[in-house]
Design a protein around this ligand. Structure first.
Ligand SMILES: *Cc1c(COP(=O)(O)O)cnc(C)c1O
Length: 383
C-alpha cells in the first residue's frame, strides 16, 4: 500500500538516536535544549518548548492562556479532533467557525460575522485556534485584527505547518498569535515518533509551559513560595502533567530538522506535479497559494465531482493499493460533539468539503512512478 504520508529516516537520524542511547541521558538531558533551539531558530520564535506530542502542546497552551470553566475556544470543523478537545480538557466550551470554500482554512468573514453575534450575546471566545490546513498558511493577519477588536488570544494549530511561511515570516514566529503548536508525528513534515513543540515570544507563557510539562514543579527559587532548604528542594506550585519529550526523540527531531528545506521542497515539487498531471480531470485541486506565502504541503487534497461517488472512488483506490484518506470528518459531527449539541448543517462549507475530499499520497519518498500510478488510477475512475 502506498500510504498518504510516511516519514523519511536517514542513516544520520539513526546515528543521532544511537548516540543518545549510549549517553548518560535518555530523557531530561541536553538533546532537548538542542532540539528546542533548532525549532526556535527555524521558526524565529523566542521560545520553543518540547512536549510529548502536539495534543499535549494544545492542552498546555490552553492552560497557559487560562482557559477553564466558563471560557470559550473556537476552532474550525475541518481539523483533527485535538484542535477542539484541548478546550474540553480544560473544562471550557468549544464552538466552531466555518472554513473558506477554496483554501479550506478558517474563513475570516465567517469569524467576523460570528464575533458580531457573540459580542451582542456576551459569548465572545477567549481563544481562537486557526489551523494551517495541510500546511497552507491560514489568514493570520485578518484573524489578528479581529483578535485586537474582540480581545481574544490566537493559538495557531501549526501541526501541519513546520517549514510553511506567511508573507511576513515563518509559521511559528507568532507574529500574529500568542503561540503556535507543532506536531512531529510520523505523517507530519518532520518526525520524532511522537512529539510536539509550542513556540511563543511570551516569556511568562514559555515558563508556565515548561512547568506544566513536568507536573507543575519548579526548581526556580524565583517561582518558589518559600526559600529552598537545599539543592534538593522543589515546589509543586500547580497541577501539571508528565508531557515531556525524551532525548531520543529530541535527537531524532534535530537531525530531521536539518533536512526541513529539502522535505518541503520535495513535497512542493510533487504537489506541482499532481497539479500538472491532474489538470484535465474533473477534480477540484488545492487553490493557488497567496503571493509571498509557502505551504509545507503536509496534505494534497482533491475534491471528487460528486459526494455520492466518493466512497466508490476511495474504495477502488484502496483496492489498487493506494492509501488515500479523508481529512477530515468535521469535528462537530463526531458523536462526542453531536452529544454536545452540534448537528449536520451547522457548518455547511466544511461539511460540503468533507463529503468530496480525498487526500492523495504525498511525502518526500513518494516515487514519480508511484505518483503516476495514483494519477492513472484516478483517471480511470473519474476521467
Ligand atoms: C496531528 C494533529 C494534531 C495532534 O498532534 P499529535 O502530535 O498527533 O498529538 C493536532 N491537530 C491537527 C490538525 C493535527 O493534524
Amino acid at each position: 500500500m502506498i500510504p498518504y504520508g510516511r516519514q523519511d529516516v536517514s542513516d544520520e537520524d539513526v546515528q543521532a538516536v544511537v548516540e543518545v542511547l549510549r549517553s548518560s541521558h535518555l530523557t531530561q538531558g541536553p538533546a532537548i535544549e538542542r532540539f528546542e533551539a533548532a525549532v526556535a531558530e527555524t521558526t524565529g520564535a523566542r521560545h520553543a518548548v518540547a512536549l510529548a506530542n502536539g495534543t499535549a502542546g494544545l492542552h498546555l497552551a490552553c492552560l497557559g492562556l487560562d482557559l477553564g470553566p466558563g471560557k470559550r475556544l473556537w476552532t474550525v470543523p475541518n481539523t483533527f479532533v485535538a484542535s477542539a478537545n484541548c478546550a474540553l480538557y480544560c473544562g471550557a466550551e468549544v464552538d466552531f467557525v466555518d472554513v473558506e470554500p477554496r483554501t479550506w482554512d478558517l474563513d475570516p468573514q465567517a469569524l467576523a460575522t460570528k464575533l458580531e453575534v457573540a459580542a451582542r450575546a456576551g459569548t465572545l471566545p477567549d481563544v481562537v485556534v486557526p489551523v494551517h490546513f495541510g500546511g497552507r498558511p491560514a489568514p493570520s493577519a485578518a484573524i489578528a485584527e479581529l483578535a485586537e477588536t474582540y480581545d481574544f488570544a490566537v493559538l495557531e494549530d501549526a501541526t501541519h505547518a513546520i517549514g510553511a511561511r506567511e508573507a511576513d515570516g515563518p509559521i511559528g514566529a507568532c507574529a500574529h498569535s500568542v503561540a503556535a503548536v507543532f506536531s512531529f508525528h510520523p505523517v507530519k513534515i518532520v518526525t520524532t515518533g511522537e512529539g510536539g513543540v509550542v513556540t511563543t515570544n511570551d516569556d511568562e507563557l514559555a515558563a508556565r509551559l515548561r512547568r506544566l510539562r513536568t507536573h507543575g514543579i519548579t526548581r526556580d527559587p524565583g517561582e518558589m513560595e518559600r526559600a529552598p532548604e537545599g539543592a534538593w528542594a522543589y515546589d509543586q506550585v500547580e497541577l501539571g502533567y508528565n508531557y515531556r519529550l525524551t532525548d531520543l526523540q529530541a535527537a531524532l527531531g534535530t537531525s530531521q530538522l536539518a533536512r526541513l528545506e529539502a522535505f518541503v521542497e520535495r513535497r512542493a515539487e510533487l504537489a506541482a506535479r499532481y497539479d500538472r498531471l491532474l489538470a484535465d480531470l474533473p477534480l477540484e485541486r488545492p487553490a493557488p497559494l497567496a503571493p509571498g506565502t509557502r505551504s509545507s504541503w503536509h496534505l494534497y487534497v482533491v475534491l471528487v465531482p460528486e459526494p455520492k461517488e466518493r466512497a466508490a472512488i476511495f474504495g477502488a483506490l484502496r483496492e489498487a493499493g493506494i492509501g488515500v484518506n479523508v481529512h477530515y470528518t468535521p469535528v462537530h459531527l463526531q458523536p462526542l460533539y453531536r452529544d454536545r449539541g452540534f448537528s449536520p448543517g451547522d457548518f455547511p462549507v466544511a461539511e460540503a468539503y468533507a463529503e468530496r475530499a480525498l487526500t492523495l499520497p504525498l511525502f518526500p519518498g513518494l516515487r514519480e512512478d508511484e505518483q503516476d500510478f495514483v494519477v492513472e488510477t484516478l483517471r480511470r475512475l473519474v476521467g
